[in-house]
Each structure stands twice: as structure tokens, then as C-alpha cells.
Design a protein around this ligand. Sequence first.
Ligand code: ADP
Ligand code: MG
Length: 225
Amino acid sequence: MTATTLRASDVGYRVDRRDVLTDVSVRAVAGEPLAMVGASGAGKSTLLAILGGLLVPDRGLVTFDDQPVRQPAVRDRIGLVLQNYGLVDVFTAWENVAIALQSRGHDRAEIESRTSAQLAALGLADVAQQPADALSGGQRQRVAVARALIVEPAVVLADEPTAELDAENRAIVLDALLAAAQRGAIVVVASHDPEVAARCAAQVRLADGMVVDTTASTWQGTAGN
Ligand SMILES: Nc1ncnc2c1ncn2[C@@H]1O[C@H](COP(=O)(O)OP(=O)(O)O)[C@@H](O)[C@H]1O
Ligand SMILES: [Mg+2]
């Protein structure tokens, strides 16, 4: 059986006639978390947004099991954790997470049990009823992770998900992302954090918008899939 694969092939992206990404090819496979590392400005966030179908590359292709990633049916299966979190400030932490299940039409009992469990898994049970704008940066970051993971997306893309966290909460967030990979999700994490890279099965390093180093499974070889 072939693992589900998210693949960027020869991606180029320019801003103001400057190359932000040049001939980038990476692949992430289900169950094998991929860390995207590199200095600030290397192009990690841009590539993550392209992998998630939020940005359209000027060149190249992004596919999920050979379907274009921007197809709505594929987009619906992608969970994103972006750097500005995208929470609804006046909703509670609980509501910000539950909304992901509500919009998919789950019944009330299931929404309640899954939301509570997901918040607890990220150490947020005590702040569940606080409005998002009363939470700390680190708590907001964990709510965003909870909201992305609760729908059990086929693909999880996280941009610096541990940036505002202390060691204990970094471990909680990383464990949650790795657990998603273990249940079969494709997980890609852009991060400065060496601990994140070390705990991911695969790594790709970007510098100046180019791939400069990868572990074997991430390069887009023709042998195997
Ligand atoms: N919308 C944009 N406008 C101007 N510059 C951009 C834009 N998007 C990305 N860039 C530039 O592209 C480069 C890569 O940025 P980014 O993907 O955020 O890198 P990283 O996440 O690795 O820090 C940076 O030099 C950044 O300034
Ligand atoms: Mg970034």
C-alpha cells in the first residue's frame, strides 16, 4: 500500500520580482512527520502556505495523492495552524475549538466530548470558558492547535506552533502533532526549534528559498512513491 503523500514539485514563488522560493520539491508522507527548518526569511512560512493551498505558486505543482491541493475536497482535509492563530476573540477557548466540529455537522454529545478531550490534551481544560482575547499567547497557540487537530484532518500544517511556549507546553503541542501523524495524518511543521526537528521523522532545510538539505524520504525521487 502506498502512503498518502503531499508533494510540492518544482515550486517557484516570487514577490515583487524577487524569488522567495526557487525550484522547491519536497514531499511529506502519512505517518512520518516532516520538520521544515531554516533561518528566518528562508521561505518556510511561504512554502507551508503553498502546501496548504492558501498561496498559489508561480511555478510548479502541489498535490495530495496526485490531486491538486487547491481542490475544495482536498482543502477540506487540511488542518492549518498559522502564526497569527486566527481565533475568534469573543468566543471562549471551548467555542473556538467546538466550531470546527459544529461546522461539519457533528451531534451535540459528540462535539461536547471531543472538544473537552482535545482541550484537556493540550492542557487547556482550566481556561476552556475564557474568551480567547483573555488568554496568553501560548494559550491561544494551543487553542489553535486544538482546533486544527480536532477534526482529525488528513494533513496538518503548523507554522512555528511552539514559538510562544515554555518547555512543558512545547512538549504537549509536539506530542499532539506527533500523535496525529501516528494515527496516519501527514504532518508538516515549520520551526526554528531544534527539538521539533529532532523529534520529526524527516527534515527539510531551506535557505534563501531553496532546499539545501533533506532526509532521504523527503526528496522527490522517482524510485518508489
Ligand atoms: N507577501 C510578501 N511580501 C513581501 N515579502 C514577502 C512576502 N511573503 C514572503 N516574503 C519574503 O519572502 C521571504 C521568505 O519569508 P517567509 O516564508 O516568511 O520565511 P520564514 O518563514 O522562513 O521566516 C522573506 O524574505 C520575506 O520577507
Ligand atoms: Mg515563518
